[in-house]
Design a protein around this ligand. Structure first.
Ligand code: FES
Length: 139
């Protein structure tokens, strides 16, 4: 299957801490902006198909001993709204240790409008200006 590139949004319209649900080639994919970096996951929880786009973004709680815990990586974990499984937004990795399931990740990068105008890109649903930068999904 060939990989196509899809222009999702201008970076100026996609602020940190927000997410976008897009449909490309019949697949629903959720794209996250985590402190200026972009990541994408298939919008289908591997447990039972919940919409990760509707989940709560949180951090990672880890414990080295009973009663002691650390909260880290705020904004980098998505919790499925259906049964609470948690996934690393950057990789799709599950933090349910007994389960190897992983939310499918897709590559995302930022490209200048000047490069995008030359293509090849599919499904451009937004106007592209050479002076701006855009979030581009490969799927
Ligand atoms: S469907 Fe996501 S945790 Fe069950």
């Amino acid at each position: 299957m060939s990989v196509a590139k899809y222009v999702i949004a201008a970076t100026a319209d996609f602020p940190a801490g927000t997410r976008r649900l897009v449909e490309v080639d019949g697949r629903a994919i959720v794209v996250f902006n985590v402190r200026g970096e972009y990541f994408a996951l298939l919008n289908r929880c591997p447990h039972n198909g919940g919409s990760l786009a509707e989940g709560v973004v949180t951090g990672l709680v880890q414990s080295a001993a009973p009663g002691a815990y650390q909260y880290t990586r705020q904004g980098e974990i998505i919790r499925c709204p259906w049964h609470g499984w948690e996934f690393d937004i950057k990789t799709g990795k599950s933090f349910c240790s007994a389960i190897r399931a992983r939310a499918r990740p897709f590559p995302v990068h930022v490209e200048d409008g000047g490069a995008l105008v030359e293509g090849p890109y599919r499904a451009e649903t937004i106007p592209v200006h050479i002076e701006d930068a855009y979030v581009v999904l490969e799927a």
